[in-house]
Design a protein. Sequence first.
Length: 94
Amino acid sequence: MDIVDLVTGNVVATIPVGNEPRGVDIDPNRNIAVVTTEKDDSVTLIDLQSHGVIATVFVGRKPRYVAVNSQTGIAVVSNVKDDSVSLLDLDNHN
């Protein structure tokens, strides 16, 4: 995943997130990006300040979409291959 400076248009960081990244949502309160990776059955949590990977969390099969509730710190991930959802606690990174 690339982080782009919106003023200059330059890539300021490239962050490894796994195979076939699909869904992305941002938690502005925690400054975390949540990225689903379908082929790895995982979600990558990225610190947007340091541009580092906080954690990789394995979820259900083929996670596609993610929605973050920044008030509760919960991310909801849809897993399309096993018709399930996963709930991630962004405060505890799991």
